[in-house]
Ligand binder design. Structure first.
Ligand code: CTP
Length: 391
């Protein structure tokens, strides 16, 4: 796909070279257009070198009508970062520089914007009204995300990570779904191990990470078999097939049945390692003042089973939730369970782990490469994991 990346003057412009690099890595052709203010944050030389094409930034460069030729060339326009200024200009039909002129000329083709600004600017009614106007015209917004902003405060206004923007490009692109026609398996959520007809052993997993992985894989063109333990989450994507299970043994049965037909699997479920050896079919009654003793037996290790089934053509990714000796434990699990990658989640990191919307991970590959993420939304983490394990 031929993508024009439009850059405006926000600090997040420093992430644009990475965005361009990722787009090119996924087979897109890229040309950049920048405002004068954008070039205060990222240089012409960087943009031209990474994109491999001349930068468009001057509306009045000797007799050229670049905004017209660039709008004819481009199949999609991505504005990242999109400041309050460019959003306001487009909403008002103002074309007073190279990028705003290109934006008005770029009709009938997909436009994505990744807004980035101070949180109070973002909340201003004028900005919100302009965003609604642009959305009403079909412009797709990615972000902004909540987090620490360049001005030192924390709030909604941070530009989405390049991975999230690339995923939206792929999502809107009819041809560049780079994982099509692959099939991937994802496990999510907790498992419940029944004690009796009303009680179970469970854990705090929300399923958010697994659902975000399924969504990101499907957005990249893959067919997804999502096998999830009990969760209130839902997913509505034509390429995601959701099987809901309750116990580890039910997950084992569903997963081992489908895995041989998959190109890869990402097992993010928090599977209970043990289950009660017996399950009463009625509610167990209190037994006077005596304590209660549960006899537990081990559940099958689903990930290790897939590691044993795996062919050379399949990619297997596991998660490791650790509290100490994190890297060594993750490395050990990777080797023991015959994985290609392991995603290390440290419970020591604030904002990472169960229940929250954010996560912070390190993806370790079989050959020892480490990809470390900052604290990101689970959606962005999912995209980072998919980009790492599918390229
Ligand atoms: N897993 C699994 N089946 C199990 C237990 C775990 O498929 N019965 C998978 C999880 O989905 C995750 C990975 O194994 O991808 C690691 O889970 P974790 O609980 O961190 O590790 P364990 O192997 O169970 O080891 P331990 O609990 O001793 O740390």
């Amino acid at each position: 796909m031929k993508v024009v990346v439009g850059i405006t003057g926000g600090i997040a412009a420093y992430k644009v070279p990475e965005l361009v690099r990722l787009l090119k890595k996924q087979g897109h052709e890229v040309r950049c257009a920048a405002t004068g203010h954008a070039l205060e944050f990222v240089t012409r030389v960087t943009l031209e070198t990474i994109s491999g094409a001349p930068l468009y930034s001057d509306l009045f460069a000797s007799g050229r009508t670049e905004h017209i030729s660039l709008k004819d060339w481009g199949e999609m326009l991505v504005v990242a970062p999109a400041t309050a200024n460019i959003i306001g200009k487009v909403a008002s039909g103002i074309a007073d520089d190279a990028l705003s002129t290109l934006l008005l000329a770029f009709s009938g083709k997909p436009v994505i914007m990744a807004p980035a600004m101070n949180c109070e600017m973002w909340a201003h009614p004028a900005v919100q009204r302009n965003i609604e106007t642009l959305k009403g015209w079909g412009i797709r917004m990615v972000g902004p995300e909540k987090g620490e902003l360049a001005c030192g405060v924390s709030g909604v206004g941070r530009m989405s990570e390049p991975e999230a923007i690339v995923a939206e490009v792929n999502n809107l692109s009819p041809f560049s779904s780079h994982l099509s026609p692959q099939k991937w398996l994802v496990t999510a959520g907790p498992t419940y191990e029944r004690i009796d007809s009303v009680r179970f052993i469970g854990n705090y997993s929300s399923g958010k990470m697994g659902f975000a992985l399924a969504q990101a894989l499907a957005d990249a063109g893959a067919e997804v078999e999502l096998v999830s333990g009990p969760t209130s989450l839902t997913i509505d994507h034509p390429r995601v097939h959701l099987t809901r299970i309750e116990s580890a043994r039910e997950m084992y049965a569903a997963v081992t049945e489908v895995f041989p037909r998959c190109n890869g699997a990402i097992l993010s479920a928090a599977v209970a390692d043990y289950r009660p050896s017996e399950c009463a079919d009625h509610k167990l009654k209190k037994n006077g003042s005596e304590g209660m003793h549960l006899d537990l037996v081990q559940n099958p290790d689903i990930l290790a089973t897939l590691g044993g089934m795996k062919t050379d053509k399949q990619t297997l990714v596991g998660f490791a939730l650790e509290t100490d000796n994190e890297e060594a434990n993750a490395q050990y699990k990777l080797e023991k369970k015959n994985l290609d990658y392991i995603v290390l989640n440290s419970l020591r990191d604030k904002g990472a782990g169960f229940g929250v919307d954010t996560n912070k991970v390190t993806v370790i590959s079989r050959d020892g490469r480490h990809t470390e993420s900052p604290l990101l939304s689970k959606k962005e983490i999912a995209q980072l994991i998919i980009n790492t394990v599918t390229t």
